[in-house]
Design a protein around this ligand. Sequence first.
Ligand code: THU
Length: 138
Amino acid sequence: MASKEQMDALFEEARRAASFAYAPYSKFRVGAALLGADGAVYSGCNVENRSFGLTICAERNAVLQGVAKGCRSFSALAISTPDSKDPVGPCGACRQVLSEFMEADAAVCFGGAGPRVDISLGDLMPYDSLHDLSSRLR
Ligand code: THU
């Protein structure tokens, strides 16, 4: 379980990653940082494209950074959206991709310029096929 200090440090990494965002179209920068099971931090930013649908979100970019370095399991995620006052959580596509490489109890925090949300991946992506459905068996 990630400590408050680890989540604070991860959020700082996410904020740093957001500074590298390529977001000339939306002008909305996003940074994500994942704590790998190997102890390393993998970060990513959103990378937009003039063909809008090809835009990659910061969260999926961070997952790809980790997997490309051989890390396939992450225990915590922080997301920074410095251009918003309110917290902005991961989009549905990113929740699906994150759930491939993270357990339901993995810590997630996200925030803009104001207060942060602390939640688990399972609360953001409940009853996903890889997570435990046994409590729902009748
Ligand atoms: N974006 C992310 O990077 N992650 C999210 O979870 C939400 C949206 C990016 C995509 C696009 O570059 C910009 O934010 C505006 O939607």
